[in-house]
Ligand binder design. Structure first.
Ligand SMILES: NC(=O)c1ccc[n+]([C@@H]2O[C@H](COP(=O)([O-])OP(=O)(O)OC[C@H]3O[C@@H](n4cnc5c(N)ncnc54)[C@H](OP(=O)(O)O)[C@@H]3O)[C@@H](O)[C@H]2O)c1
Length: 198
């Protein structure tokens, strides 16, 4: 398969590339090794797809939101989660549909905090929930047998140094387990799923 991985240089994205190394991988990101894209900019997504051409799968492991308490969350601070984690991912699907071959797939990324809330996590949870619902609803009318799933990682062990202070009492999961959920989405046959790796 020819697989476009957005966020390929990241903690999760680089492990996804490893577990899918039996395929042709195109690695994308703002400083992408093979192609550059900023998912918060529609024109940038369009240009990426024009450069890359047809693929069998699109995997996204990028997108962020601000960690801010609800009392301090402003519309401006919330906008990052909307532009990046929510719209960035959904625009990869809307603008990429014509570039995915028949029977291909999209795999997006959500996250544990929408199901198991943490302080400062409301903006990210909002975006994650939007992506999860989009995937479930879109899956029933994707054209040409194209599948769509998302992966919801717990905090991963390899990011624990950065994340431990936010995820009190959580048990981080090895990034390899998370990457295998993307492999299941790409190489398997399911659609409309949100794979929880908790
Ligand atoms: N790490 C965790 O424990 C964890 C847990 C749950 C959910 N998640 C989610 O999983 C995803 C990946 O997390 P991660 O920890 O692997 O992130 P990461 O290590 O910070 O890597 C992010 C990747 O995305 C790319 N990227 C960032 N902004 C981008 C943009 N606007 N357009 C295109 N590419 C962009 C980066 O490359 P460039 O800098 O070159 O753009 C990089 O390759 C995120 O959505 C995160 O919320 C992570």
């Amino acid at each position: 398969m020819r697989i476009l991985v957005v966020g390929a240089s990241g903690t999760i994205g680089s492990k996804i590339c490893n577990v899918l190394a039996n395929h042709e991988i195109i690695r994308a990101g703002r400083n992408g090794i093979d192609v550059s894209v900023d998912t918060t900019v529609e024109q940038s997504i369009k240009e990426m797809y024009e450069k890359v051409g047809k693929v069998d799968a699109v995997v996204n492991a990028s997108g962020g939101a601000n960690f801010v308490s609800v009392a301090e969350l402003t519309p401006e601070l919330n906008e990052r989660g909307i532009q990046s984690k929510l719209k960035g991912q959904i625009n990869l699907v809307l603008l990429g549909l014509n570039y995915v071959n028949d029977g291909g797939s999209f795999t997006l990324t959500t996250g544990v905090m929408m199901d198991d809330p943490i302080p400062l996590g409301a903006s990210a949870a909002m975006a994650n929930g939007g992506v999860k619902s989009f995937v479930k609803a879109a899956s029933i009318e994707m054209p040409r047998g194209i599948r769509i799933n998302s992966v919801s990682p717990n905090a991963v062990l390899e990011s624990w140094g950065r994340l431990e202070k936010f995820f009190a009492g959580f048990t981080p999961v090895p990034v390899n387990r998370v990457a295998l959920a993307y492999k299941k989405s790409v190489e398997g046959a399911q659609t409309g799923q949100n794979y929880e790796v908790y």
